[in-house]
Write a protein that binds this ligand. Structure first.
Ligand code: SAM
Length: 215
């Protein structure tokens, strides 16, 4: 369990969500058996909901891993969304490519290999939805680029923003995670304490923050 919500509550909420079948179910099993961190079940459902509400045509994802969330987002858009996803780990890229090919989504999901910050600096297209799920200690550094790349009415969804509760409570902070915690707090302060944005932090999964431009 995540350490963010009461276990009984999380279990109950997860129990309400029907299991996926097919490739998404296979990828969930693979991730579980091989300790690959993918989005929590309730976060997957939330992304699906956001995609059905916002109908983004262009999505940028930071952190591909085995391609699970990218595939889920494409399926949630009924195949309409094109996704660009950034990953630095070659082994993950290999796995993600195979999974994407298996789903016949090679034309819809593009993986860019590299460090998110370096890749973000070079990107120029606009995106309707940006999903941050890599490099927790750098969300504050990714943010200016994400804002530059976000379409006018786009949305940024950042995962792991409560980081096992450490972001909300000094008592939970592990010594070697202090820098990540400081930077994540800075991220949340910028997106929350600025009249240009509307942000909602939701204690779901490992914590998500949803940000829109106010205008
Ligand atoms: N979004 C994926 C899903 O739910 O299916 C899970 C992504 S996993 C939590 C984070 C991934 O980001 C890992 O595969 C890791 O290698 C990659 N990563 C971490 N920091 C990164 C960085 N600075 N640049 C690029 N990739 C990074």
């Amino acid at each position: 369990m995540s350490g963010i919500a009461y276990d009984y509550m999380e279990q109950y909420i997860r129990g309400l969500i029907k299991d996926h079948n097919g490739i998404l179910n296979e990828l969930e099993d693979y991730a579980h058996n091989n300790f690959v961190p993918i989005i929590h079940k309730e976060v997957a459902r939330f992304l699906e909901l956001m995609i059905k509400m916002k109908r983004p045509l262009r999505i940028l994802e930071l952190g591909t891993a085995i391609g699970y969330s990218a595939i889920l987002m494409n399926i949630s858009s009924e195949g309409k969304a094109s996704i660009t996803t950034i990953e630095r780990d070659s082994k993950m890229i290999e796995l993600a490519k195979n999974n994407i090919e298996k789903c016949g989504l090679k034309d819809k999901i593009e993986i860019i290999q590299g460090d998110c910050l370096e890749v973000l600096e070079k990107l120029e297209n606009k995106y309707d939805l940006i999903f941050m799920d890599a490099g927790k200690g750098h969300y504050n550094h990714f943010l200016p680029h994400c804002l530059r790349l976000l379409s006018c009415d786009g949305v940024i969804i950042a995962d792991n923003v409560l980081f096992r509760g450490m972001i909300a409570s000094d008592e939970l902070v592990e010594r070697r995670k202090i820098t990540i915690v400081k930077r994540m707090r800075e991220y949340l302060e910028i997106v929350s304490d600025n009249e240009k944005f509307v942000t909602s932090v939701i204690p779901m999964g490992d914590g998500i923050a949803v940000t829109l431009r106010r205008d």
